[in-house]
Ligand binder design. Structure first.
Ligand SMILES: [Zn+2]
Length: 369
């Protein structure tokens, strides 16, 4: 469609406030050149694409792990046994996976993202320089905005060796995405954080997933982004808000790992910018419709907030406000949903309707620019 003007009509979820308007969108060379209000007979709903703000795409090699032993009616989850580096099951499997298989598996997940309406993602990529290269390779030719956050493959090596790898990772990535402040020596993490900042790159870290014990340490590293904060206290949230650090929550992942339910309403109340991610592909699909529906049902926040968390807030986290909303001058990244599908027919409020019940099969087409 490049070069020619394209006009699409329907109900548009427009602007940073996600205001539904009946009208049309003009697109030229992949940019939204005009949005106009006009009565239309089209039942299409034009919605911003999702931003999946936290993934581990490497896990695409391992989609159905054992989830724990059943004890009475409860399943005992062991998060460390599954995901903690270096001996968690996923890391053992990643080490044994041939490079080609890793790339092919990640590419499948990237294609799945595109098919399910996601236009941008931020990935914590394990495996050092080679791991980052694998994701860059998997992304070749795909119109997805990416934030690749690598990490050193062997952090137990001497400091200068680790930092040399960090510098190489930074050449091919957006920054660093570290496991957690309890998983490595704090001084090493400080060195990695400093090195990342010196290169003007992005530093992100998991915190407060299992308990609160790593939150203060993570904050001391002055990260650009925190992932989870599932178990954060009110005081923790105030500290995060004061430091103006955005947070990515992963509700489906937290539920399946037994980490709990993130205090999203409290985060928003504290003034924290909250985005969402589907986290490990071994635990969840990369389908953001599923994440959004889940969030709309477990958190006591309104549907518009949930929608924003899954779109605009994610693009803020990625430093690109021009992807997560439909506005004049923005890149045309949106999906056209069939408002008269068997699932969506009859919805009165497009925001609530989409947030609570839309599915990938309601998508008529997705525009990526
Ligand atoms: Zn994670």
């Amino acid at each position: 469609m490049y070069g020619t003007e394209q006009i699409i009509s329907g109900t548009i979820i427009a602007g940073s406030e996600l205001e539904p308007i009946e009208g049309y969108i003009c697109i030229k060379k992949g940019i939204i050149t005009e949005i106009g209000e006009e009565r239309t007979s089209s039942t299409n709903i034009i919605a911003p694409c999702f931003v999946n703000a936290h993934t581990h795409l490497g896990d695409s090699v391992f989609k159905d792990p054992p989830l724990g032993r059943v004890s009475g009616f409860r399943i005992q989850r062991d998060l460390d046994a599954l995901v903690k580096p270096p001996d968690g099951l996923k890391h053992k499997i990643l080490r044994e996976t041939p490079y080609k298989t890793l790339i092919e598996s990640m590419r499948k997940s990237l294609l799945d993202m595109i098919e399910t309406g996601t236009c941008a993602f931020a990935d914590f990529r394990e495996g050092g320089v080679v791991g980052v290269a694998a994701l860059n390779k998997a992304l070749e030719g795909l119109k997805l905005h990416s934030m690749i956050l690598g990490r050193p493959a062997e952090p137990e090596l001497p400091l200068q060796v680790v930092l040399a790898e960090v510098r190489r990772i930074l050449l091919y990535s957006t920054g660093l995405g570290m496991s957690g402040a309890n998983d490595l020596d704090l001084e090493l993490l400080e060195n990695i954080g400093t090195c990342t900042r010196q290169h003007r790159k992005f530093f992100a870290i998991h915190a407060g997933e299992k308990d609160t014990s790593d939150i203060e340490k993570a904050l001391s590293l002055e990260p650009d982004l925190l992932i989870h904060l599932t178990n954060a206290t009110k005081r923790d949230l105030e500290d995060v808000a004061d430091a103006k650090i955005p947070v990515v929550v992963c509700p489906r992942s937290n539920l399946i790992t037994g980490a709990g339910i993130a205090p999203v309403a409290e985060m928003l109340e504290a003034g924290i910018r909250v985005a969402a991610g589907t986290d490990n592909v071994m635990l969840n699909s990369v389908n953001m419709f599923a994440e959004m529906e889940f969030m709309s049902k477990i958190f006591s926040i309104d549907d518009r907030q949930v929608f924003k968390i899954c779109t605009l807030n994610g693009s803020f986290v990625m430093g690109s406000d021009s992807t997560g909303s439909i506005q004049k001058g923005n890149k045309a990244n949106f999906m056209i949903l069939n408002g008269s599908s068997n699932n969506l027919a009859g919805i009165k409020n497009p925001i609530s309707g989409i947030t609570r019940r839309a599915r990938p099969d309601d998508i008529l087409s997705v525009l990526h620019s």
